[in-house]
Design a protein around this ligand. Structure first.
Ligand code: F0G
Length: 457
């Protein structure tokens, strides 16, 4: 069959409304041209993020009613732990309220000033949590991974030569751990291959350095391995995921992605001493170790969501839905990151709006145009997010590309929603020369995208 329909049917609906053009104009101005500052009720199709925006299944809703809200030893905690141990094989599981809390606990415990943490690409909250410890976060992405057009199937791979050089130079004393973001969100939702994971693991382990995953989208990564890497076609996604985790020493996970949940996350790892230290800090920052900042019902929704996130008919549909959006946008004439990633289509705004110089944030300007034209909320992954001062050189580093990410919430939108998105792009296309650049009027020092304010030039 050529069509891959949703492997579910709709039981509950949530109405959405498109504001009038005049209202949209007012709202985007009030939001200072930063779409994070819009009210969700003023958005028609919300592709801001795939994080925490999934629709729960009837099975998860049923699980919510079975929440055991005891302060200590909730039965949902044990279900949560058993599920994560079964999927990852790690010895210790620590619940947290979301991914960045996991990063904070892990890096506060693991890092000291001056340490170095190499990665394929650190997500921005991960980078910020590392830098907060006075440590250095380095991105080692391969040439293919940096290329927008390359059709290399594993553009999330780590550059192993760079990793080898760094590890040889600084060793375990300066590098307590390396991380791999799977899939690589900041690099376009691209997967890392099993071979690359295995090699990175070998290089780090040879020097006694840990490999940790930022495994928010591990199921999508495992699915890509099944489809693209030789030797995996007949294996279940679940067993591929288990093999991926077998090369690592632990992971941080935001369950708001492949955990198909609206909140939550965890750290899973093997090191007894590190687990104890993190659990002690958890009590101070998040809560007692059997709930870690979550309600019992949330733990249950995550345990069930993690299993559903590994179902192959679901993953088939999901990855194809993203590819479908990518193809539609290509037809409109946009440069779409090739191949499309697991959770989002990324389009390049710099070449699309050549009249807007990079310092006037062409990608952010495109997100504004999409909202104006059709109430679509998307997310800038360019200068507005990534401009930062490099700790090693002290120089201002700009983003490698000016991208707009159209992230697809899991199990939420249908094909006609995506057709509508493409139609809005077609309308923007007709007046793209009128799209105006932006200048910042307020910038926070870190994680600027969430609160930065702009005015139009
Ligand atoms: N790591 C990756 C790769 C992520 O994509 C995110 C969140 C986090 C860590 C942090 O998790 O939000 O639960 O604290 N990404 C969201 C996004 C915000 O839109 O891509 P969190």
């Amino acid at each position: 069959m050529k069509t891959i329909p949703e492997p579910y049917r709709i039981k509950t609906i949530e109405p959405i409304k498109l504001l009038s053009r005049g209202q949209r104009e007012k709202k985007i101005r009030e939001a200072k041209f930063n779409l994070f500052r819009l009210r969700s009720e003023d958005v028609y199709i919300d592709l801001l993020t795939d994080s925490g925006t999934s629709a729960l299944s009837d099975n998860q809703w049923a699980g919510l009613l079975q929440g055991d809200e005891a302060y200590a030893g909730s039965r949902n905690y044990y279900h949560f732990v058993d599920t994560i141990k079964e999927i990852t094989g790690f010895k210790h599981v620590i619940p947290v309220h979301q991914g960045r809390a996991a990063e904070n606990l892990l890096f506060t415990t693991l890092l000291k000033k001056g340490d170095i943490v190499p990665s394929n690409t650190h997500f921005d909250t991960t980078r910020a949590n590392i830098e907060r410890q006075g440590a250095i976060a380095l991105d080692f992405i391969t040439e293919a991974g940096k290329s927008f057009d390359s059709d290399y199937p594993f553009k999330g791979n780590m550059d192993l030569e760079e990793l080898r050089r760094l590890v040889k130079k600084y060793g375990k004393k300066r590098i307590p751990a390396g991380t791999m973001t799977v899939t690589n969100n900041s690099g376009g939702g691209q997967p890392a291959s099993m071979e690359n994971i295995k090699s990175a693991s070998r290089i780090l382990h040879r020097h006694g350095i840990k490999l940790l995953f930022d495994a928010c989208r591990y199921a999508e990564n495992a699915y890509f391995i099944k489809k693209r890497e030789s030797g995996y076609a007949r294996r279940s996604v679940k067993s591929i995921a288990r093999e991926m985790f077998s090369y690592a020493d632990g992971c941080t996970v935001s369950a708001k992605k492949d955990g198909l949940s609206n909140i939550g996350g965890f750290i899973a790892l093997n090191d007894d001493k590190l687990a104890t230290e993190i659990s002690d800090l958890l009590i101070l920052l998040e809560g007692f170790p059997t709930y870690g900042g979550l309600a019992g019902r949330d733990l249950e929704a995550i345990a069930r969501g993690l299993r559903e996130g590994l179902e192959e008919d679901y993953l088939d549909f999901r990855v194809n839905q993203v590819a479908y959006l990518g193809r539609l946008l290509e037809k409109v004439g946009l440069a779409v990151m090739n191949p499309t990633g697991g959770h989002a289509a990324y389009v390049e705004a710099g070449s699309y709006l050549p009249h807007i110089p990079r310092k006037q944030f062409p990608a952010q300007a495109l997100t504004v145009a999409l909202y104006r034209e059709g109430g679509i909320r998307s997310c800038e992954f360019g200068g507005a997010v990534y401009t930062h001062v490099d700790r090693r050189s002290g120089k201002v580093k700009s983003a490698p590309m000016d991208l707009v990410r159209l992230a697809i919430p899991r199990r939420v939108y249908t094909r006609s929603h995506l057709d509508y998105v493409a139609e809005v792009f077609r309308k923007v296309e007709k007046k793209r020369n009128e799209v105006r650049g932006l200048r910042t009027i307020y910038e926070p020092p870190k994680l600027r995208i969430f609160t930065v304010e702009f005015e139009e030039i």
